[in-house]
Every structure is written in C-alpha cells, then in structure tokens.
Design a protein around this ligand. Structure first.
Ligand code: DX5
Ligand code: ZN
Length: 220
C-alpha cells in the first residue's frame, strides 16, 4: 500500500450555484485535490463544465485542480485547460488515438499528465505509458454520473498496475474514481491505490470534514 493517501472530492456532486464556496469548504475540510469532471455528451452521456469554470475555481483555491477529461479528442482542449489553471490533466485512453503525444503536450505545458481507463479497459492499454505519465486513473464505475455503485471487478487491475509502477521505479499516482465509500476505499488502497476520488460519499452527508476523514481512515 502506498504511504500517503490523497482524497480528491469530485465537484460533480457539489451545489453548482455555490461552486466557489463549495470548493473553499472542501479545502477547509481537509481535501487534498479538487477533482473536476469534464464531460462532453459524446464520450459519456452527460454534459458538465469547461475551461471557464476551471479558471474561476483557480481563483478561489490553492489546492491542485485534478481535471478529468471525459471527452473525445481530448488533445484539442489541453491548451485551454492548461491556460485555465489545471494542475493535473487526465485523458482517457479510449478517447485519444495518439495518447503518448497528448502526454507530451500536457508536459510541454508544465502540467502533470494522467491517463484513465474505463472499467472494461485492460491495464495493458497504459503499460507502455508508465515511463511517461504522472498518474493512472482507474474508473470503478462507468463514467458519466456520480452516485453509482463500485465495480469490484477492477480491483485486480489495481494490483497489476501498482506492481508495474513499482517496477518502473517512478512516482506514479494510482487514482480510483467511482463508488468510493469507506469500505471500497479500504479495498482499493489495499490493492495499491493512493488517490481516491469521491463525490456522493462527501456531498451526500453534509459534513465534508467527517466524510473526508472517514475515507482517509479507511484507506490507511
Ligand atoms: C464519474 C466521475 C466521478 C464521479 C464520482 O464519471 O468521473 O468523478 O463524480 O462520483 P461518486 O463518488 O459519487 O461515484
Ligand atoms: Zn472523475
């Protein structure tokens, strides 16, 4: 298990009418990163937010903005999200033909580069990217919506990825997104995850600090 687990609340479940206050409340509650779910209505059946919202959030928090692009041809928007103030830009392997080039592009903009896998996508899809990337994001729900149930079938994927990351000798974050509650957080961290995205578990109960602390405790 990786030593320091980070909690990245997904603002998909926040009150969008008060988004700045919500992000500041997450920061005060002990969040490590702010996870921003960008959806285009094509790669996933939902539409959310774009670079202007990331730019606005950049002005209200010091936390890293972890931007998860669930969009087709994500390479077309790397500059826009970099300009807006994203710290980590993650693209899906299923959405991007020349993903190695996209990683180079993200790095050329001085940002951390992530690659993401849908639940049905094999870890082999990122094997030859591990020497280049900073983060692998394993989806543990089908992307598009918050509040869905954890798909336990992805856990073996985490085991393999954590071993490959250790073998390549680089610091690569292994992030899990979808259906995180204390019990699933414990399971995925035992399999090697060190960053947990959580939407419903944090926003559903109202006490952000307690929810973040419970996830952190379950993870350690
Ligand atoms: C799903 C998003 C997730 C989502 C997680 O497509 O990528 O970040 O908001 O929400 P919960 O924690 O509610 O499953
Ligand atoms: Zn996400």
């Amino acid at each position: 298990m990786a030593s320091q687990v980070r909690i990245a609340p997904s603002i998909l479940s926040a009150d969008f009418a008060r988004l700045g206050e919500e992000v500041q409340a997450l920061e005060a509650a002990g969040a490590d990163w702010i996870h921003v779910d960008v959806m285009d209505g094509r790669f996933v059946p939902n539409l959310t937010i774009g670079p202007p919202v990331v730019k606005a959030l950049r002005g209200v928090t010091h936390l890293p903005l972890d931007v998860h692009l669930m969009i087709v041809e994500p390479e077309r928007y790397i500059d826009a999200f970099a300009d807006a103030g994203a710290d980590i830009i993650t693209v899906h392997v299923e959405a991007c033909t020349h993903i190695h080039r996209a990683i180079q592009h993200i790095h050329a903009r001085g940002k951390r580069a992530g690659v993401s896998l849908n639940p049905s996508t094999s870890e082999e899809a990122v094997r030859y990217l591990l020497p280049s990337v900073d983060l692998v994001l394993v989806m543990s729900v089908n992307p598009g919506f918050g509040g869905h149930s954890f798909i336990a079938d992805v856990v073996p994927k985490l085991d393999v990825l954590r071993k490959w990351i250790a073998a390549c000798g680089r610091e690569v974050d292994l992030e899990v997104d979808g259906g995180m509650v204390p019990s699933t957080a414990s399971t995925v961290c035992a399999a090697g995850a060190n960053v947990l995205v959580a939407g419903n578990a944090i926003f559903g109960g109202g006490n952000y600090a307690r929810a973040i602390a419970e996830l952190r405790a379950a993870a350690s």
